[in-house]
Design a protein around this ligand. Sequence first.
Ligand code: CP3
Length: 345
Amino acid sequence: MTEAKKIMRALAGETQDVPPIWMMRQAGRYLPEYRATREKAGDFLSLCYNPELAAEVTLQPIRRFGFDAAILFADILLVPQALGLDLWFVTGEGPRLSTATTAADVAKLKPVEAIHDTLSPVYETVSILSKELPKDVTLIGFAGAPWTVATYMIAGRGTPDQGPAHALKDSDRATFEALLARVTEATIVYLSAQIDAGAEVVKIFDSWAGSLTGADFEAYAVAPAREITAALKARYPHVPVIGFPRGAGEAYAGFAKTTGVDCVALDQGVDPAWAAAHVQTDGCVQGNLAPEHMVTGGEALVAETQAIVRAFSGGPHIFNLGHGITPDADPDNVALMIETVRSFR
Ligand code: CP3
C-alpha cells in the first residue's frame, strides 16, 4: 500500500514520531560491496548502463541498513551524454565532458526524444527495482537541475565556482538560455520515462544553485524547477517532487511555493531551527546532517542527529545528509545515525 510508506506520508505533509530516512550517495565507494560490483562492471559508466548491476548496487544499502528509500543508481551527467556530448570519468579527479559553449554547439545537440536511445538501460534499472524493492521502501528517481547540468556542459568538468557557466551567461545570454532550455526539456522527458518505469518520487539536484544570486537565482534555479515540476504534475499529479537548491541560503524560504515542489532538501549550511520556521512551514523538508559526521562518528554525530530530528519534529521531515556521503566514510557511522534517528523520542 503506497500510502503506508513512511517516505510517501512525509511527502504528503504528515508529521511522524520517527522520520523516514535515506542518504544521498547511499550506494557508493564507502561500501565494500559497491566497490566489488563496480569492479565487476568495469568502470562507473558501465555500471550506470548495466541494469542488473545498477539495480544490485541500489539495493545494497537497503539490505545493509534498511533505509526507507532507495535512489536509482545513475548520474546526472548521463543526460548531457544522451544529448550527444562525450562523457568520461578520470579516476581520482571526476567527470570530463566535451563542451557546448556556442550557438552551433547547442544546435548540434540531439533532439530530446533521442535521449531514450542512450538512457533506456536506466529505465530498465528502475523497472527491475520496482519489482525487487521491499514493499515499504520508496523508489526515488532523479535528474540534475538544468543549471547544475549546464555548468558541466559548459566547463567540461566540475569547477569550484562555476566560472565558465557564469561567463557564458554574462557574455552570450541567448546561447546560455538555449542550452538551459534544451536541458530542461530533456529533463522532463527523462523524469517522465523514469516515472513510467516505476519511480514513485523524483528529485531534482541543483548542486550549484548556491552560486546563482538575485535575478539569476529566480531565472535559472527557480524557473526551471517550476517548469519541470509543472510539466510532471500535469502528467503525474500524484508523484511527489523533491527540490534541492543546494547552497540557496535564505532563498530556501519560499522555494517550495514558487516552484511547486512537495519537499525541499536542505544542505548542512542551513540552521535547522531557521528552516523549521521558514521552510518547513510550506511543507516537507529533507536533511540536513553534515556528511563529515559519517567520517568522524562518535558523540558529535549522535548529538547533531538528535538536534536535527528535534528541530524538525513539529512538521513533515525526511532525515538525510546535507550532501552526499564521501568515500572515506565508515559504514558503522551510518548505522549509528540510523539507530539514533529511530530511537530518539
Ligand atoms: O545517491 C545515490 O546513491 C544515487 C546515485 C547518484 C550518483 N551521482 C552516483 C555517483 C546520484 C544521485 C548522483 C548525482 C550527482 N552526480 C550530482 C548531484 C548531487 C551532488 O553530489 O551534488 C552531481 C553533481 C554528479 C556529478 C558527478 N558524478 C561527480 C562530480 C562525480 C565525481 C565525484 C565523485 O564523487 O567521485 C560523479 C561520480 C559518481 N556519481 C560516483 C557515484 C557513486 C562515484 C563514481 C565512482 O564509483 O567512482
